[in-house]
Design a protein around this ligand. Sequence first.
Ligand code: G16
Length: 543
Amino acid sequence: MSVQTIQTTPIDGQKPGTSGLRKKTAVFMQPGYLENYTQAIFDGIGGISSKTLVVGGDGRYFNDVAIGTILRMAAANGAAKCIVGQGGLLSTPAASHLIRKRKADGGLILSASHNPGGPDADFGLKYNGPNGGPATEGVTEKIFARTMEIDAYHILEGGDIDLDTQGDSQLGDMQIEIVDPVADYAELMGTLFDFDAIAGLFRGGFRMCFDAMHAVTGPYAHEILERRLGAPAGTVMNGTPSPDFGGGHPDPNPVWAKVLMDVMCAKDAPDFGAASDGDGDRNMIVGRRCYVSPSDSLALLADKADLAPGYAAGLAGVARSMPTSAAADRVAEAKGMAHFETPTGWKFFGNLLDADKVTLCGEESAGTGSNHVREKDGLWAVLLWLNILAVTGKSVSELMEAHWTTYGRNYYSRHDYEAVDSPVANDLIADLRERLGELPGQKVGVLTVSGADEFAYDDPVDGSTSTGQGIRIYFEGGGRAVFRLSGTGTDGATLRVYLEQLETAPDALDQDPQDALAGIIAAADTLAEIKARTGRDGPDVIT
Ligand code: G16
């Protein structure tokens, strides 16, 4: 075995987005590309000499090969130890937990989250810090800066790596510990939720369908739902991780989890449906013929989390990303709880969680989580819902109807325009930004603009400021449209338009969201000239 130092040149475009670096798999597989970026991470965090790292991924194509490279580079860069999920698997929340539990110095998670996998699809790599959470903006800036100047990387050649056998081994001077990817996480869930009550629900004939979407949560869901909680075999569908996610798009929403939606809308639908994404941090919740939007799910969980043992003392506060609906704010205000509005990206919740200012966080993009780890957590959200269903004895639709009656309903939808030509999308946002001052007072169809701004965030914990975080247009009567460009796509630009309207009239709480939002949808198109600029008739994905 010998350490090789390979001369290299910077590769353009290694800019981490909302959650690490995501590129086409073929880009990551170019000779030296993964190595360059991995070395930039190691350098950007100040070196890894004598450090312990957690390493794992969502099992997508190239996962195991990339882990081998990363381990060889960690050894060559002087790491003391890498803790790796067996088979190279670790869900994002399980990796976050492992970093915290083992007091590691950080972790490398290989995933492009909900993006498809395979040789022609997407791959990704992100660094999480010692608190188990996504790298802060300061750290990603340092990593990015290193990618621009890197001239060499270090790698250990020779020696075998066996990812499939649990236990300890040596790679050069570095120790490798292969661990069960599920056990620690399952044990943590057992401390937060009333497993006896949930098991009682299943014993009583409660039926559930969990769609693991051929992704990483399969083994976690089999162990927790079927083995520990006694749900019948078959409760978990698509539960074996596959390198291309069964050819699917592992994004848990009504569009990509259509098979689950069909099951939940059938005559003999189960009581409860749920899905998780590629790396297990997103969730979708659906009752019998009742889809729960992520914003509503966060609000319901904020209202009722104290029914679960882990949250029985109540919540310190709740945080949501700016484009997420204000439904959770209404719960927090009614309960006298602190609430925060952050930019898109789970990393912005980290400081609030570390400082105990909030207990629960959530995002419209199907992420919900708490202070138990520093990532959003798909299966955790499913278990909290199950705990609430078990304690209240109510159905999902009964819970949601009662919630809207108490707090009003924030009708909500997100319209995505995918693979838009990047200059077109950038110009659309830039022109809207320039016109913000002219908009208040303007009539658009039946609506009048009451205010417009671009969101900026002052972190209340470390005082840092993040600007340019989305354009907001408010309408008289409580409506809002938000425009931003996705930070996770790999094809051109994805324009996201977030639409929201608060309704409190008791006889108006049962509308189809697209109908309730029709005026705002039309106004958003007119103001941003979406159809004219993109040439599209409508959004590619509506959630
Ligand atoms: C990532 C981040 C999320 C964020 C989402 C936004 O999700 O972890 O915190 O809400 O991106 O995506 P976009 O910029 O495309 O709107 P994930 O699940 O892809 O890691």
